[in-house]
Each structure stands twice: as C-alpha cells, then as structure tokens.
Design a protein around this ligand. Structure first.
Ligand code: PLP
Ligand code: ZN
Length: 428
C-alpha cells in the first residue's frame, strides 16, 4: 500500500470540525464530565486514577447495518462515526482490524461446542490487538500537534505504537519504556520501527510510572494504557467486528485474556455502543481469563470488588501486571455483562498454545492463548452449554514469543539427511 497518510490529510485532521458525536469525557472515579478538548489524559482532580471514558451522543451518530454492508473497507475505519476522531482518515497507512473470525471446526468437534469461533487478532499489522488502540492514538497525537510519542508497555502496545508512527507520513519520534525481560521479538519489532528503546531494569509497573514521569517532564505524547482515554475506543472495534461478522447476532459469551483490563473494557464498550445504537439485542457475557500469577481482577471480582496489587509472575508477559491500571473499570464492565473471571496456570497456557495451533491453525503468543486455556478449563468444569455461541479472542501472534512456543510444542527430530533415519523415527 502506498504511504498516503499525507501531511495534508494530517493537517486537515488537526484543523477539522468539532466532534459532534462526543458528549463528554467522564471520570471513572469522581464522575465529573470534562469537555473533549479541555483535558488530555486523566481527570485533573483525581490524577492517574481518574481514568476518563468517552461518552457519545448516540442519536447524532449515523451508522447502521446497511451503511456498513455497503462499506468495502476491511479495516476498523469502517466504524469511524463511532470513534472519537474528527474525520475518517483517507488512505490510512496500515491496515488495522477486520481480522478473521474462524469457525474452528476441529476445535468445535473436539470440545463439543457447536458455535465456537476464534477471533484471530494476531493478524493485525504488528501482530496484536494493540494496533487498534494505536491507530486511534496516532490520530489523537496528530490533533494534539505531538512530535514525540512515548509509552510504557510489556511489548505489544509499544510495538504497535512505534509501527503506527513509522507508517505515518509525519516524522514522529518514538521513545519506549519496557521491562528488560520483554520477549526479544517484541524488542526487535521496536528497533526495526526505529524507536528509541529503554529496557528498564524493573517490572512493567516501573516502566509505566517512568513513562508518565518522562512525558510530563518533556512534553511527549503518551500512549500509556488506562491513562490516555482514547485507546479503549480503538480496542472496542474488535467487538463491532465480531457482531458484524456474525451478521449482528451477538454471541452469548466472549473470552478475553486480561492483564491491565483495558481490552476487556474495550470489548464491553463495543457491545455497549452497538446495543445503544439498536444494532444488537444483548451484551454478551464477558469471561475474563487471567494468569494465576497475575489475577488481581479475578480476585476483586470474587471478593469485595476492590483491586489489590499482586506480585505478578507468569510467562504470559502481556498479561503480567502487578497493579492492573484499568482494574476498576474492568470489574465494573465484567459485572455489567453478567460475566465472570477465572485464572489458568502457565502450564495450561502453554498447553493452549499447542492446542490452538494444532486444532485451529492459529499461532498464539501466551497471552493470546490464555483465552483458549480458559475455554478448555470451563469445558472441563462443564460450565459451557454446547449450543451457546462463544467467541474466544486471540489477542497476539505466536511469533512474538517463540521461546514460549518451543516450550509449548517441543523440538523437532534432529536427523542426518538419510531415509533410514526417517524410517527409524516413524517406525516404518
Ligand atoms: C495487552 C495484551 C493483553 C491484555 O490486555 P489488557 O488490556 O492489559 O488486559 C492480552 N493479550 C495480548 C497479546 C496483549 O498484548
Ligand atoms: Zn475525577
């Protein structure tokens, strides 16, 4: 595709019309509503805990099943009227969204679920669902007149941010903070996209705080999750697609892997929007799947609803968080959907990587396969109805973390190039 996110288009975005579709940005903590252009990140009165939610005037939004049917654009921009952007970008540089929803026949047979689907969001340009958020984030950065972009990340948010910046026609600089233990492929992506990368001697949580400190000190535009209010608005498009791909029959249940809790809230927001617009008749039950070693959202849901930090320990790096930054909103949204959470062990996650590959042809990174690990566990516990329509989202591609894939699926037979060796190994 040609790099046509031209400077001219960018300028138009910056100057463009007022966003009539947006009602306000509402603080999750104190409930105060702010004007869209009056605040950049969180509620000034509540600080980092005052995460802002974008509220819409649904009656001013013109989009419906028919208009979408006529739209040939296989990307998230088909939902532009429902996004916090001034106008639909012309010739966007990366193709984000409209990832496949597979009917996974073999898994259906194996698991005894008649209407199971896998949404493979590892098919996004930088190979994770985070591309959806970065696509919106980039337009907001342009509106804000930003030149230097930053974020903290376990790896995927950063690589999607750096990829989006690299693909645009503007000369953004990206400065990234991530824990030094991040999988090498994610770091490699960042280097290839030309980011300046700080591998922080510490955890993701340490990198998160440092990125906010640095963006405040130096005036960089920050894409930290649950800090920048527009990212959830990108993530919600995965729910739009699921409904559209199912011909507007919203599924009964959706399984999502959960770390900070932004994706699950994005998924909720997507279904919520469609319900408000009268495009679906119910909001699916959300099932949040966490790693045993990083399960504070599950703990809160099963306890008093209050988020308490844990000492995160799991090989699923993308969901390894001690303090889930969007915990409060995630708990509220999972409850509103009448959903629940469960946790799975690292061993179950590894098994799910091999299972999803072998029975679905989908290669998932550990956090991506976590939803499938949750699915398998619920089947063992007989908590799923064979006739329910169930979607498991695979949030990231397996090539992001090859070391874990090898752990999951084993090593090949090492042989001399002789037919005899093939015979021997296969017992032929
Ligand atoms: C970020 C990420 C998640 C978790 O999303 P949260 O918003 O942190 O809950 C899951 N899987 C992958 C592959 C991710 O990159
Ligand atoms: Zn507030």
């Amino acid at each position: 595709m040609t790099p046509l996110f031209t400077t001219l288009t960018m300028k138009k975005i910056a100057r463009g019309k007022k966003m009539e579709q947006i009602k306000a940005l509402r603080c999750l903590k104190c409930g105060k509503e702010h004007q869209e252009n009056s605040v950049r990140y969180t509620c000034p009165a509540c600080g980092v805990e005052g995460i802002l939610e974008v509220l819409y005037h649904y009656d001013k939004i013109s989009i419906n099943r028919e208009s979408l049917k006529a739209d040939r654009d296989p990307s998230l921009w088909r939902y532009s009227p429902l996004l916090p952007i001034k106008e639909r970008p012309i010739n966007p540089p990366l193709q984000v969204g409209w990832t496949p929803l597979y009917p996974v026949e073999k898994m259906r047979r194996e698991l005894g679920l008649k209407k199971l689907f896998v949404k493979d969001d590892g098919r996004n340009p930088t190979a994770s669902l985070k591309d959806r958020a970065s696509a919106i984030g980039l337009l907001k950065a342009v509106e804000a007149g930003a030149k230097i972009l930053t974020c903290a990340s376990t790896g995927n948010a950063a690589s999607s941010w750096a990829g989006a910046a690299a693909a645009s026609s503007l000369d953004f600089e990206t400065i990234i903070f991530l824990p030094e233990a991040a999988p090498i492929a994610k770091i490699a992506q960042l280097m290839v996209f030309g980011a300046t990368v700080f591998a922080v001697k510490g955890t993701y949580d340490d990198a998160f705080d440092l990125a906010i400190e640095a963006s405040n000190a130096f005036g960089w535009y920050n894409r930290n999750t649950a800090y920048n209010p527009y990212l959830v608005e990108g993530k919600k498009t995965v729910a739009y697609e699921i409904c559209e791909q199912l011909n507007w029959n919203a599924p009964d249940k959706v399984l999502v892997s959960v770390g900070d809790g932004c994706i699950v809230s994005g998924v909720y927001k997507g279904f919520y929007d469609l319900k408000e617009m009268g495009m679906i008749d119910h909001i699916p039950q959300l099932i949040a799947v966490q790693a045993e070693g990083s399960a504070s959202i599950m703990n809160a849901l099963e306890g008093d609803g209050v988020i308490r930090s844990v000492k995160a320990e799991t090989l699923a790096d993308s969901i390894s968080v001690s303090i889930p930054r969007n915990g409060m909103m995630a708990v509220r949204d999972i409850r509103n959907s009448k959903g629940f959470a469960l946790s799975v062990s690292d061993e179950e996650i590894l098994e799910a990587i091999a299972y999803t590959g072998k029975h679905g042809g989908v290669f998932a990174e550990p956090a991506g396969a976590t939803s499938i690990a949750g699915l398998k566990k619920l089947i063992e516990q007989q908590k799923l109805d064979p006739d329910e329509s169930i979607v498991a989202i695979v949030t990231g591609n397996g090539l992001k973390d090859v070391a874990s894939a090898v752990k999951a699926a084993g090593k090949p037979f090492s042989i001399e190039p002789k037919l005899e060796n093939v015979r021997q190994v296969l017992g032929l």
